[in-house]
Design a protein around this ligand. Structure first.
Ligand SMILES: Cc1ncc(C[n+]2csc(CCOP(=O)(O)OP(=O)(O)O)c2C)c(N)n1
Ligand SMILES: *[C@@H]1O[C@H](CO)[C@@H](O)[C@H](O)[C@H]1NC(C)=O
Ligand SMILES: CC(=O)N[C@H]1CO[C@H](CO)[C@@H](O)[C@@H]1O
Ligand SMILES: CC(=O)N[C@H]1CO[C@H](CO)[C@@H](O)[C@@H]1O
Ligand SMILES: [Mg+2]
Length: 669
């Protein structure tokens, strides 16, 4: 006997017609079953679940009929692709194919970890299902393979993926490019694979598969749901359904077919709304039950309860920053990747919500703190879900997309690690960290030609320019111990901004005059001089070379100021007077950095850097080849001073502009 009746069919058809009015085209039955029978949510508390706008409206989220009608319009609540933080009930920003399923793996990891840490006998507080819809396109994207492979290894039994197997992508039938055995592939990853043949109509089969997936205790599950794109439309099953809205006469016949008045739009029959209202009431009741359970938990385990509340509210542990190490000028030169390890060793024990790992470069990255436990399925004998160190394997793109999911879950601060050069492999996910305002920390070691012998394939030259051009991304390149601590301070305390920390392989001396407080401004004066002939501004491993170049120039009687600019994004937020005090008018400003010089012309008239790929050599030789030695820099600085003296006239700092980019940026709160 079916547990579904005519009213359920009517509700599905309501979703179909509403969706046709908005322009969505598929998956109505499964969305209905999932939202009404399986997911727990309370729209009054929208930090919960995500045909998304239609279901958000029907189920009572703050997404109105007007919002549905203004789909894709400027400043509407319903942008072309759902954005987290913009529309209530949206959990992650998707649109670029493959990201959503990969985020889902991150959400599932976060749930498994928090559950392992906080659940107790009789207190199944964090119970743990992530449902995700994905299309053929998502399954073709490499990032999804990376993430799903890891999910299988991790045996995430709380992850349920539903594949809209409509055999269509934009170019047409999937026969033209996608003929692999997807089910076999997922079985090989270690997933359970289920299928529903009549995904357009068979609510019972859909519900049965979801129930089976939910109850699977040992693995993630993918449900292959055979569907027809644009089901009910005159163009059903054709690829042109995807790219263009349905024509008016097609929408009309579709409404007639589903028993709706063809001349009305955006209609929700009362009895259908009543179904959703009931679901909402059930959701509210579930939330009350949960609150009651939590109250009991609070009585029995007050410390755990307080800790859970602290983490979920996003408050950092009191005084964590006091654990950040500082250094004195007479301490030895240390590689900033090593300084980063020292920071992680100091803060991982006091920030229990810090969770992360490396894409198979732990030994090079120095990202595993003392005493860390691996995040692994208990049956592996390699760790447990309580563990906070994630072995990502060689999967950079998947790693960052998973970090985005972990950050979106809340209550955790994810970091990940690879060589700076391979952060580019993860670009699709990196830009979404920034767009979605997620605090993800990318620890990016081997940050320049300074990595030496591995050569140009591994030496990032263009990467910094990209990351600095990414809105809401803090790209930090610290020059010594104090600056490394400052970069971590900023990364951890910026709740709505991702960071990339570029760290050296080679040793860097402690710079006299550096400090955490100064570096936290994103840029500061390292060596001041009145009536200077030149300001040299630099970052990371080149700052100490500039310090030596200045000694040569001073011997020749020149007055040289030095500024360090570890983070452009943060420096640009400082008041104009401050920025002008670091990069003043009156003398030429020359930038020095072992990267492409493109980003520097907003701060300096002249820049010394790389306009080519790097070189495979001991790092000192690579630096020499590109003139990044004290002598080379001094010689260029002399040319700059001579040129501007000869030209005469006033010299204005590039920071002194008519238009001020340092406005209050809306994403900082
Ligand atoms: C990374 C990425 N590449 C390309 C696109 C453009 N794009 C949007 S939908 C689509 C086809 C998706 O096919 P499928 O996943 O099967 O969805 P369906 O058409 O069946 O709804 C493409 C190529 C995108 N959104 N993201
Ligand atoms: C680092 O900062 C501390 C505290 O501000 C300061 O005392 C120390 O001199 C700084 N170290 C260096 C190398 O400048
Ligand atoms: C990954 C994970 O933590 N899954 C848990 C979800 O909840 C069920 C029932 O409480 C547990 O058995 C799983 O281990
Ligand atoms: C903490 C940790 O994993 N440290 C390792 C860093 O890499 C070096 C060299 O590969 C190892 O010796 C350390 O054990
Ligand atoms: Mg498709």
């Amino acid at each position: 006997m079916s547990s579904f009746s005519d009213i359920d069919t009517k509700a599905v058809n309501t979703i179909r017609t509403l969706a046709a009015d908005v322009v969505a085209k598929g998956m109505a039955p499964v969305a209905y079953v999932l939202w009404t029978r399986y997911m727990n949510y309370n729209p009054k508390d929208p930090k919960c679940c995500a045909l998304q706008y239609v279901l958000l409206h029907l189920t009572g989220y703050d997404v109105s009929m007007e919002d549905l009608k203004s789909f894709r319009q400027l400043d509407s609540k319903t942008p072309g692709h759902p954005e987290v933080d913009h529309t209530p009930g949206i959990e992650v920003t998707t649109g670029p194919l493959g990201q959503g399923i990969s985020n889902a793996v991150g959400l599932a990891i976060a749930q498994a970890h928090q559950g392992a840490v906080f659940n107790k006998d009789g207190f199944d507080l964090i119970n743990n299902k992530t449902y995700v819809f994905l299309g053929d396109g998502c399954l073709q994207e490499g990032v999804a393979s990376e993430a799903c492979s890891l999910a299988g290894h991790l045996q995430l039994n709380n992850l349920i993926a539903i594949w809209d197997d409509n055999r269509i992508t934009i170019d047409g039938d999937t026969d033209v490019s996608f003929t692999e055995d997807v089910e076999g592939r997922f079985r090989a990853y270690g997933w359970d694979v289920l299928h529903v043949d009549a995904g357009d109509t068979d609510l019972d089969a859909i519900s049965g598969a979801i129930a089976q997936a939910r109850d699977c205790q040992t693995k993630p599950t993918i449900i292959n749901l055979r569907t027809t794109i644009g089901y009910g439309s005159l163009k059903q099953g054709g690829h042109d359904v995807h790219g263009s809205p349905l024509k008016a006469d097609d929408i009309k016949q579709l409404k007639e077919k589903w028993g709706f008045n063809p001349d009305e739009s955006f209609v929700i029959p009362q009895d259908v709304q009543a179904v959703f209202d009931k679901v909402r009431d059930k959701g509210e009741q579930k939330e009350r039950d949960w609150d009651a359970l939590f109250k009991k938990y609070q009585e029995k385990y007050p410390e755990d309860a307080a800790e859970l509340l602290r983490r979920v509210s996003g408050r950092l542990p009191e005084g964590w920053e006091k654990h950040l190490p500082t250094y004195t000028p007479d301490q030895p030169a240390i590689a900033s990747r090593k300084l980063s390890e020292t920071v992680l060793n100091a803060i991982a024990p006091v920030i229990p919500e810090l969770i992360g790992g490396s894409a198979d470069l732990t030994g090079s990255n120095l990202t595993r703190w003392k005493g860390a436990e691996d995040f692994q399925p208990p049956s592996s004998g390699l760790g447990s879900y309580k563990g906070r160190y994630i072995r990502y394997g060689v999967r950079e793109h998947g790693m960052v997309a998973i970090s985005n999911g972990i950050a979106a879950y809340g209550g955790l601060i994810p970091f990940d690690a690879t060589f700076l050069n391979f952060v580019s492999y993860a670009a699709g996910a990196v830009r979404l960290s920034a767009l979605s305002k997620l605090r993800v920390i990318n620890i990016a070691t081997h940050d320049s030609i300074g990595l030496g012998e591995d050569g140009p394939t591994h030496q990032p030259v263009e990467t910094a320019a990209w990351l600095r051009a990414t809105p809401n991304m803090q790209f930090w390149r610290p020059a010594d111990g104090n600056e490394t601590s400052a970069s971590y301070y900023a990364a951890i305390s910026s709740a709505h901004t991702p960071s990339t920390l570029a760290l050296s392989r080679q040793n860097l001396p402690q710079l006299k005059g550096s400090s955490v407080d100064k570096a936290r401004k994103g840029g500061y004066v390292l060596e001041e001089e009145d009536k200077a002939d030149i300001t040299i501004v630099s970052t990371g491993s080149e700052v100490s070379i500039v310090v030596d170049a200045a000694k040569i120039l001073r011997e020749k009687g020149l007055k040289v100021r030095i500024s360090s600019l570890p983070c452009f994004e943060v420096f640009d937020e400082q008041p104009k007077e401050y920025r002008l005090s670091v990069l003043p008018s009156g003398a030429p400003i020359m930038a020095v950095e072992a990267y492409n010089t493109l980003p520097w012309y907003k701060y300096a008239q002249e820049a010394v850097g790389l306009r080519a790929w790097g070189a495979s050599a001991p790092y000192q030789d690579a630096y020499k080849k590109f003139g990044l030695t004290p002598e080379g820099i001094a010689s260029n600085a002399q040319k700059v001073v001579d040129f501007y003296k000869k030209r005469g006239g006033d010299i204005f700092s590039p920071v002194d502009t008519a238009l001020n980019y340092n406005t209050e940026l809306e994403y900082r709160d």
